[in-house]
Design a protein around this ligand. Sequence first.
Ligand code: NAP
Length: 284
Amino acid sequence: MAQILDGKKLRDEILEELKVKIDTFEKKPSLCVILVGNNDASAIYVNNKKKTAEKLGINSLVLTYPHDVTEEELLAKIQELNDDDNVNAILVQLPLPGHIDSKKITNAISPLKDVDGFTAENFGKLFAGQKPYVYPCTPKGILLLLDKYNIELDGKHAVVVGRSNIVGKPMAMMLLNRNATVTVCHSHTKNLADIIKTADVLVSAVGEKLIEDNMLKPNCVVIDVGIYKDSSGKTRGDVDFEAASKVASFISPVPGGVGPMTIASLMLNTVELFCLQNKRSSGT
Ligand code: NAP
């Protein structure tokens, strides 16, 4: 039976340590989240981020806008936040409504306050082999989880299913930087099952029922990023967890695997940006 990669446990350990560090700061770090429209899932994610930040002593501000807010209004607010020394980290909750250019909004954030690591400057640095101010939260959390369980990446074949800017692309690059041999798959990939069968480490970030146990290489490591609700309303990942647990050596559950690690990374990134802006060592 596979060992479970317990994201909740590691999140709690990371946040406990981070709280001790934040308690030593005279001035507290601050995170500002921009939430647009009435997307229920986004509202839940933002609320979780706010609650976690507050528990740690991070000042957190959520700015909510109606669905029909204009791009100009959002850009003006981001400029104001960039110029505000009391704001260390800015996050725009995605997705944004269709009339707003997400790339333009993301790139308006100062790279030094870009807590998701999504601006062209931070993203470009990651892909150019330079150190971005911070790494994107979900792939960062996944690497922290793999490291916690001493999972070797060097020379391993890592297969990433999904090529979004949020998960798949930065994940592939971060695995490559750790000397894995990386294959990226997407909806146009032919023979997906054959490719997955060769994965020592599989990261699946799709959001639908996709991966069965017979597609896996025995003793592989499975990281399930996907989230969807099945017909009974239960939260599920891309991978058939029960069956895959009998084939893999390590597997991350949904919920309780990658999700908590994404939040932990967001808090780490907020403190890292605060420390960079205040020219002190974050030690994270
Ligand atoms: P996304 O932007 O919708 O990307 C999904 C990716 O899956 C796309 O690259 C798509 O290919 C690929 N894909 C779709 N169907 C496929 C198929 N049948 N075979 C192979 N590839 C397929 O989503 P995302 O933002 O990356 O998120 C992916 C999932 O992870 C979602 O369920 C999301 O909720 C979850 N998520 C979880 C966390 C967390 O913290 N737990 C964080 C972020 C995301 P194309 O590019 O060709 O369309």
